[in-house]
Design a protein around this ligand. Structure first.
Ligand code: OOG
Ligand code: NI
Length: 307
């Protein structure tokens, strides 16, 4: 099918840039292969991917979603994060072999005026919704759009001012639509590695640093969705006037979706995606966002300084 071929192309392009920017992706898959958990990286099931956007009229979720709605995704639940001033939706894929998508948006109008001014000085460079002039059937055009600059390269001053008020705002000003994370499903892995607790233990043994905001394991109130994530990779970011500074890039997430009570009687071989806990959880997500926050990334920066 035409749309599925475009979707596969777009997802491949996102994952390729992401692997280059986030060494932990390779580190985790190599460790899984060395441990005999999988034979090759293609066996990893991608539970979901995530994007961040700026909530201004011509951008934000309403623009970004056009791409994936066109490629067969369906819009699902809404989430609100009061403290972080964010809205989000998740989108279910056209076929279970594709990842779910989680898209969030900064509620720009809720920020102090001087912060709004900085953000709009960048986003105003985008005059009309760019998704409207994009050929959504053209995989190469969509791939290019997702990785090109939407506005000028930020100054270090602006980035630092945003960071103090909203770490999310600073992240989006620099990283734009680069993949924020992909997510390894752990529930289908072999015994000894198929729970978040066991998988976290394995990751930490391999030297992977985990986000411990609200605890290393985030659990939904119904107990069905358990998530953990790495501390975001630090990238050497080039700012205006050729200045380079280390900032937060992207991270890797891990998810365990438990079999729903009404399907507990099924044999392990019969269990498919639809038999497990679906969707997302605001309380979990609230803490996972912090994977890119300074409170978590200091753990990596310290290591660099000590060397
Ligand atoms: C997304 C955080 C939320 C989840 O799975 O709940 C999330 C982000 O950091 O942008 O990924
Ligand atoms: Ni996630």
């Amino acid at each position: 099918m035409k749309n599925n071929a475009t979707l596969a192309y777009v997802l491949d392009g996102l994952m390729r840039r992401y692997r280059e920017r986030v060494p932990d992706v390779q580190k985790v898959s190599d460790a899984m292969i060395a441990e005999g958990i999988i034979a090759n990286a293609n066996e990893i099931e991608n539970d979901h991917i995530a994007f961040r956007t700026m909530g201004v009229p011509q951008l934000g979720i309403q623009s970004f979603e056009k791409i994936f709605l066109h490629l067969g995704y369906e819009k699902r639940d809404y989430f609100y994060f009061e403290g972080k001033k964010l809205d989000a939706y998740w989108f279910s894929p056209p076929k279970p072999e594709y990842p779910r998508i989680f898209v969030s948006e900064l509620r720009v109008n809720d920020l102090p005026p001087h912060i709004q001014d900085i953000i709009r000085s960048y986003t105003d460079e985008v005059k009309t919704d760019p998704a409207d002039s994009l050929d959504l059937n053209d995989g190469e055009a969509v791939d290019e759009f997702l990785h090109k600059a939407l506005w000028r390269i930020p100054t270090w001053e602006d980035y630092s001012t945003l960071l103090k008020e909203s770490e999310y705002a600073a992240w989006v000003i620099y990283n734009r639509y680069y993949l924020n994370h992909y997510t390894i499903s752990v529930h289908n892995l072999k015994d000894g590695y198929n729970t978040i607790q066991e998988f976290n233990d394995f990751l930490e043994k391999k030297g992977i640093k985990l986000n411990d905001a609200g605890g290393k394991i985030k659990i939904s109130p119904d107990g069905g969705l358990l998530q953990s994530s790495t501390v975001a990779e630090i990238i050497d970011a080039e700012f205006a006037r050729g200045e380079t500074h280390p900032i937060s890039g992207s991270y890797v997430e891990f998810a365990e979706r438990k079999v729903l009570p009404q399907f507990q009687h099924l044999k392990p071989s019969e269990i498919k995606r639809e038999h497990r806990r679906e969707g997302f959880e605001a309380g979990n997500a609230d803490k996972i966002f912090e994977s890119t926050f300074t409170s978590q990334t200091v753990k990596r920066k310290k290591k660099v300084v000590e060397q």
